[in-house]
Design a protein around this ligand. Sequence first.
Ligand code: PPE
Length: 308
Amino acid sequence: MVEKLPESGKIWYNGKFIDWKDATVHVLSHGLHYGSGVFEGIRCYATDKGSFIFRLQEHVDRMYRSAELYKMEIPYSKEELTVVIKETVRINGLDACYIRPIAFYGFHHLGVNPTGCPVDCAVAVWRWGTYLGDDALENGIRCIFSSWRRIDPKTLPVTAKATGHYLNSMLAVHEAKDRGVDEAILLDNNGNVAEGPGENIFAVKNATLYTPAVESSILPGITRASVIVLARDLGYEVVEKPIKKEELLAADEVFFTGTAAEVSPIREIDSVIIGAGKRGEVTGAIQSKFFDVVNAREERYMAWLERV
Ligand code: PPE
């Protein structure tokens, strides 16, 4: 069973801080019926130097880009939302947390055309530990290839982080759970590897990293972009290209990246053991660099951290 979210004190909702339990929506909200919302997932880390939000600006930028792709006008500026996000962390007194800003068409009328519906906006924070289980980061997880294909860029703007897109993710997660593993991997409509339901994916072969290009059916992950930079700085070559199912199975190492998943090794896919069946050397080096960066131990990357 997945645990219930731990309650924090206040949620920012349409311009005001209100109690967690009062942050409700009308059952006829447009976003509830048609999945018309955009959101972000951001992490704030507690470090020796204080609390820092990882790549806040990039997340806010992506949220506004997602909204634009759906012609949704968020009634606050990026600067206002940035201030609100930091304020929400502060007001709840959390030194480390997961941050979930969301904007969605609210209640006014139903019918697919949202014109005239308000754009409701909220920011919530809560403590969120490891996404894929406690020993995932260290020992790696077990995956399957989902029989569902990743939503196609010809059908939806995949680069938007929109609420409705997650039905595709949910089906893949159900399949993984039904088959007794931790997570699913989705292929795109061409049969190439796309991503996880909430993670980007990397393969390592002969110490070179491969990851599907942004042009394939993926959300352009901020952790993915960060890991590409860190890997290159560590001296690894990173190639963005289409990856076949069999290439992934034959890789020395495979790992997921994401705000929630951080850098999670994958040790098995469809019952095939990947590499040595545990966190590989390259994954380990990148993971440890990533945790140094988010924990403010790398002077060079302090620009990626925003003090709360
Ligand atoms: N792909 C998808 C489909 C995705 O949802 C995420 C984030 C990523 C890739 C990685 O993106 P980034 O976080 O920018 O590195 N998924 C978020 C939601 C997870 C959830 O279960 O909810 C997250 O990691 O916060």
